[in-house]
Design a binder for this molecule. Structure first.
Ligand code: NDP
Length: 443
């Protein structure tokens, strides 16, 4: 049995009740096989065994009081996975589905994503099973304060810098930051995605979605295709989806769909992003509201990937949206590129279909890295107590995404895996972390 297979088997046994973590680890360890199984130094140093075990995982009680005076208790998590190349960095997810398996899969992915950006940031993730939907602003504030009452002991500008994710936007980051400052008396860049009036970076809101489209544009260009005129399907209608749609439309693409956790809309006239922003960002309503003002659009329930026909797919909602059957459907209906905006939206069988069908596929750890890259730029601006213009940040973001593309592509070439960006992204992300871990001794 090879080294990578042995570590994967042990991981499956030890974490048998964590399917999402096992799924993410399987993808990574299989992709790393050509590197780690051909050089005994990694096995001797127990490198994979150390890589798949978080440096630290914290779980805690979050008691908070609702508007009626009733007490609720949620569970909080922070998994500090790997700090070999810099302070821990990764978002906080607030969603009822959150559990340790989901936070570990996200934290594990974050190690390689952060490394791919070329910036000095380690991997972490956190969150809670709290559901912000339907809560008043004051309830969300009290929850965020209670969350930070415990979290502040483990985070800091040079230690661990959380950010947003599903359910955690500018409002939640603001409340979390306010409570951190209250508890520690420190004004420091302990969170990213902050408001512009207290240390936030221009273009951070747009960064993940814009970055996704920049790397998609480069992928298409490199394969003789053009994003302008491409028929694009998007899922989700949150932060990543909205700004992916905005940038794709700016570049001349025709975006025909988006969705939320209840259903999807298809608008053959092209999605009106400003209307989606108003419904989802301002009014916090369901996406089906869109059809009341846009008669050209249709609304349906279920998954967008069961119905939409497109040339380019940008899944931007959540993990495991696209399985084998949906991947095959996309291939059969003319889709030629899939770039992931969400984390792990395609399951491993779905990915295999894309690879077998020669669909250009970029995994989320590379294609959605623009968000964390811009968060690292926010950390840089906080450290030097300065701020850059929107265009400065956006240009740096674009440069980082193009670098990630060629970094991945070079790794594909080196390991004889032409256009297999699953292998390219994982190896390119792994090498820097592995070098740092080897250099720092057995810690
Ligand atoms: P948001 O909370 O802003 O939006 C999430 C969107 O996905 C919403 O439209 C939501 O619908 C939908 N959604 C959430 N859960 C489900 C589900 N179980 N089934 C169907 N739809 C669902 O989150 P983000 O846009 O920030 O994040 C989206 C994805 O991108 C996540 O995988 C996240 O980890 C990843 N990501 C985000 C980054 C960022 O900077 N924000 C950076 C890198 C990755 P509804 O409105 O009904 O809740």
């Amino acid at each position: 049995m090879t080294y990578s297979q042995r570590v994967l088997n042990e991981l499956k046994e030890k974490n048998f009740d964590q399917p999402e973590f096992i799924q993410a680890a399987t993808e990574v360890l299989e992709a790393l096989a050509p590197v780690v199984d051909n050089d005994p130094k990694y096995e001797k140093a127990g490198l994979l065994e150390r890589l798949v075990e978080p440096e630290r995982q914290i779980m805690f009680r979050i008691p908070w009081v609702d508007d009626e005076g009733k007490v609720h208790v949620n569970r909080g998590y922070r998994v500090q996975f790997n700090s070999a190349i810099g302070p821990y960095k990764g978002g906080l997810r607030l969603h009822p589905s959150v559990n340790l398996s989901i936070i570990k899969f996200l934290g594990f992915e974050q190690i390689f994503k952060n490394s791919l950006t070329g910036l000095p940031i380690g991997g972490a993730k956190g969150g809670s099973d709290f559901d912000p939907k339907g809560k008043s602003d004051m309830e969300v504030m009290r929850f965020c304060q209670a969350f930070m009452n415990e979290l502040y002991k483990y985070v800091g500008a040079d230690e661990d810098v959380p950010a947003g994710d599903i359910g955690t936007g500018a409002r939640e980051v603001g409340y979390l930051y306010g409570q951190y400052k209250k508890l520690t008396n420190r004004s420091e860049g302990v969170l990213t995605g902050k408001g512009l009036s207290f240390g936030g970076s221009l273009a951070r809101t747009e960064a993940t979605g814009y970055g996704l489209v920049y790397i998609t544009e480069e992928l298409l260009k490199d394969h003789g295709k053009n994003i302008s005129g491409a028929r694009i399907a998007v899922s989700g209608s949150g932060n990543v989806a909205i700004y992916a749609m905005e940038k794709a439309i700016q570049l001349g693409a025709k975006v025909i769909s988006c969705s939320d956790s209840t259903g999807y809309i298809i608008d053959e006239n092209g999605i009106d992003v400003e209307a989606v922003k108003q419904i989802k960002e301002v009014e916090r309503k369901r996406i089906k509201e869109y059809v009341t003002t846009h008669p050209s659009a249709t609304y349906g329930e279920g998954s967008i990937w069961d119905v939409v026909d497109c040339e380019v797919a940008l899944p931007c909602a959540t993990q495991n949206e696209i399985n084998k059957e949906r991947a095959q459907r996309l291939a059969d209906t003319g889709c030629y590129a899939v770039c992931e905006g969400a984390n792990m939206p395609t399951d491993n069988e779905g990915i295999q279909v894309f690879l077998d069908e020669n669909i250009l596929f970029i995994p989320g750890k590379a294609s959605n890295a623009g968000g964390v890259a811009t968060s690292a730029l926010e950390m840089g601006q906080n450290s030097i107590r300065s701020s850059w213009t929107f265009d400065e940040v956006d240009n740096k973001l674009k440069g980082i995404m193009i670098n990630i593309y060629y970094h991945m592509k070079n790794a594909c070439d080196e390991y004889d895996a032409k256009d297999n960006f699953v292998i390219g992204a994982n190896i390119a992300g792994f090498m820097k972390v592995a070098d740092a871990m080897m250099a720092q001794g057995i810690v």
